[in-house]
Design a binder for this molecule. Sequence first.
Ligand code: GCO
Ligand code: MG
Length: 402
Amino acid sequence: MSVIERAEVLITSPGRNFVTLRITTSDGVTGLGDATLNGRELAVASYLEDHLVPLLIGRDPARIEDMWQYLYRGAYWRRGPVTMTAISAVDTALWDIKGKVAGLPVYQLLGGRSREGVLVYTHASGADTAALLDDVARAQELGYQAIRAQAAVPGIAGTYGVKKDGKYEPANSSLPEEQPWSTGAYLRFAPTYLRAVRERFGFDFHLLHDVHHRLTPQEAARFGKEVEDVQLFWMEDPTPVENQEAFRLIRRHTTTPIAVGEVLTSIWDVQHLITEQLIDYVRTTVVHAGGITHLRRIFDLAALYQVRSGSHGASDLSPVCQAAAIHLDTAIPNFGIQEHMGYPDQVAEVFRTGVTYADGHLHVSDEPGLGVEYDDEAAAAFPYNPKYLPVARRLDGSVHDW
Ligand code: GCO
Ligand code: MG
């Protein structure tokens, strides 16, 4: 019987930090899993290295479900981003291995194709409305059929979602930057630029917007209602997700679709949002919500309630997570949309991925497994470089939700 012989935690920073788990079997087959938790990378690396790797050695790599149950229930402590990201990495690497052993791409192991390509949305942003409109035009020229629009709120420096030097990357300083926030200014301005996008480009593409947990339930209800005429594909994270009752209030007032889940890590975290139909899209991801095994379970639950997938796909999720997500998106019946933010150029030197973009869609290759290779030599040129997301403060100095 083939057993797990080695498991290595690989850390690299080709323009941004990535943690990767590589599992090698006694037959010499390797599998990759993304273990990146933005701004808390080393906590997951330690969880894996100190607590999980010793448990993996000698076990059967084919028993993916059993491994998931063993690591989840066996930890005693449940859920949470560090634990779930570590479990995700093991799970994803084992699916990669199973595909390579079977000679099949992972989407075939998940039931085969439900669709040819995976509809993706990209980011457009700007320091003001004119700059945002230029960026939407750029995204359309690249063929994107779904675009997330954000613009800097006048008078508020460093507003969430706006690019610096042509690339969007909020985690850009070695200690968290503190940025001002004014809900009033945002609520006055955001509807105007969303309307300007529709006025200039029409309704023949999907328009998305990320509120990034900045509003109270009442403010979010008002915002959703006010932008109904722009027909958003979704408003994302309108309010912090800890108090899920809040979404009932938003729902009562607006038909603007709601997407939630990038910070949630298990089926229990999204259970009520889904079963009480408080959201339209669930944004949990392979890397933070327990790997392919657990995300499939979340999406199957969601399918019963006509909730569709809309996985987080920011550039702090590695190409290994991206490939796993595209395999899953290709196979599931209730796929909605996939975020596609792109990566700094150096990322392609470390991760060779079979995922390709064409006409607003991502496609997986038919290589066995996930179709991603990791170049150790290239990775060594990019040492870990601690970076943090900013912290938002209201104009009176108190901390707001980022
Ligand atoms: C998104 C997200 C990201 C997150 C980042 C956190 O919708 O893409 O909100 O921009 O802020 O991934 O690590
Ligand atoms: Mg988001």
